[in-house]
Every structure is written in C-alpha cells, then in structure tokens.
Design a binder for this molecule. Structure first.
Ligand SMILES: [Zn+2]
Length: 281
C-alpha cells in the first residue's frame, strides 16, 4: 500500500459531499432503479449545491451561482440523453452532445467564480478563459490510453474523431465479449474500447460524459492529498473525480454483495439512459 499522507484537514464540504454520496447510494439500493429524478439529481442538483457552497465560501452571490450551475446542469442532462443513440448518428451530432456536456459542466463548475471553458479531448484538456486558450494534460486522460494499449487494444482513429474522445478496438470471441475481458465493451473514464463494429459505443459514451461531469467533484486526488495538488500546479488538470467515485461505488458493491457491472450508480445511469432514450433514433 502506498503511504499517502492526508496533511490537509478534511473540510466540511468534503464530509457533506461524502455523506450525500452515501445517501444517494442507499437510495439507489432501495429504489433499485434509476429514473429521470436521479438523472436530475446527479446532473443538476449536486452541481448546483456545490456551486452554492463555493459562492458562499467566496462571498459571491449564492443565487446567481445556483442559477448558473442549474442551467449548466440542464445542458449536461440533455447531452447525457443524446449519448446512447450517438452510435447511429453522424459525427456532428456526437460533437454537439460533447460540446453541450462540456459547456454545461464548465458553467456549473465556474458558477460563483470567473467563467472558464474546459473540454476534454483525448489525453489533453482545452482550457479557455477570458485571456487565452491552452491545452493541458490531465492525469486520468494521459494514463487511461496507455493502459488500453498495454491491454492489447488498438486505437480506432475513425471513432475517436467521430466522438471526440479516444476510442479503441479489440477483436471479440464467439460469445461477443472482447478477447480476454469478459465484457462486451468497456470504458476507462475518458476512453472506451469496443469490437470492430463499435457496438455499445453509446453506453460507453455515457461513462465518458460522467467523467467530464465528475471532474468538478471535490473528491479529487489533488483535493485529498495536498502534495499531489502542489506537484500538479497549473500545468496538469486533476481529472480523477470519476475514478475516485467509481472506486467508492465498487467498494460499496463489494460490501453489499452487488455487481459492479450492473448495480453501481454509474452503470444504473448508463443502462437507464440506453433503455429510455435509445429508442428515439
Ligand atoms: Zn457501463
């Protein structure tokens, strides 16, 4: 085990978020289903609460921050609804959804502060404020593609360009699972791997959108471990929110004897969106 020292006292904000995540998990457990209500809570409710807390902490208008974050959250929610059917749609439609999710997330995470547009594109993030536009590497975004290549996946440039996120392909076995994985397709936050036909891209895209949404989560490695935050400085983006949340959800599944491929909130959201919105293409 690596011995990371948590040198910063855990803030009440972190405790509040942690408790709300546990509560949310419990509610999923009881409801056993994901609906538009949970989609609104994760896309609009939580970002709005985070923005209100940030505005309160910064001494700016809480009401203004709430409205901006809720509007951003609404854009994200609509982008999420588009994701499952993108497999059958042309590239411009996929980019429209991607830009909507990134604009929504940027509005939400900037609420109560100066507006900064941040968009993940493969291993780097495009960051634009009022003065300049920069490309910055991000931790998860750089590591995930390396892991995919080591696992034996081949970059799929056509699909990467279509979806605006790094896509990989792998040959599949007779039962349809990707060789050596037991999965039909899979995602490592900002990247995904499918078979040659790109089946299940829509489902995996939901995970890449969750990754963008969770980049605003206070449960990021740099927020939890000060030394990492200092090393990252202004050069790197801390995009570890999704991975930390996924790790916590898997730990919860293990503890509750649930499946991490079907029962955790990230998967429930992806399957719900597929079931509900893919039929309209
Ligand atoms: Zn999934």
């Amino acid at each position: 085990m690596a011995s990371f020292k948590i040198s910063k006292p855990v803030s009440p904000v972190l405790i509040a978020i942690f408790c709300s995540m546990i509560l949310l998990n419990c509610s999923y457990n009881i409801a056993r289903a994901f609906s538009n209500k949970e989609l609104a809570i994760t896309s609009i409710g939580i970002p709005a609460v985070l923005a209100a807390m940030r505005a309160h902490y910064n001494g700016t208008s809480v009401k203004k921050a709430l409205i901006q974050a809720a509007f951003g959250g609404y854009l994200m929610q609509e982008g999420f609804k588009m994701a499952p059917k993108l497999e059958e749609k042309p590239a411009w439609y996929a980019w429209q959804a991607k830009i909507m999710v990134n604009l929504g997330a940027s509005l939400a995470e900037s609420a109560g502060d100066d507006f900064v547009y941040r968009m993940d594109i493969g291993p780097v993030w495009l960051v634009a404020d009022g003065r300049n536009i920069r490309l910055k590497p991000a931790i998860n975004a750089v590591l995930a593609p390396i892991v995919h290549v080591f696992e034996g996946s081949k970059p799929d440039w056509g699909r990467s360009l279509k979806y605006g996120t790094l896509a990989f392909e792998r040959s599949s076995s007779r039962d349809g699972t990707l060789n050596g994985t037991g999965a039909l397709a899979y995602s490592n936050a900002n990247t995904f791997t499918t078979n040659r036909n790109g089946e299940h891209s829509g489902h995996e895209l939901v995970h890449t959108f969750q990754y963008r949404r969770d980049a605003m989560s206070p449960l990021r490695i740099g927020n939890l471990i000060t030394e990492i935050d200092e090393r990252l400085g202004d050069t790197w983006i801390d995009d570890t929110g999704w991975s930390i949340s996924w790790g916590l959800q898997c730990a919860w599944a293990e503890y509750k004897d649930k499946s991490k491929d079907f029962d955790i909130p990230f998967e429930k959201e992806a399957y719900y969106l597929e079931k509900e919105y893919r039929k309209y293409y």
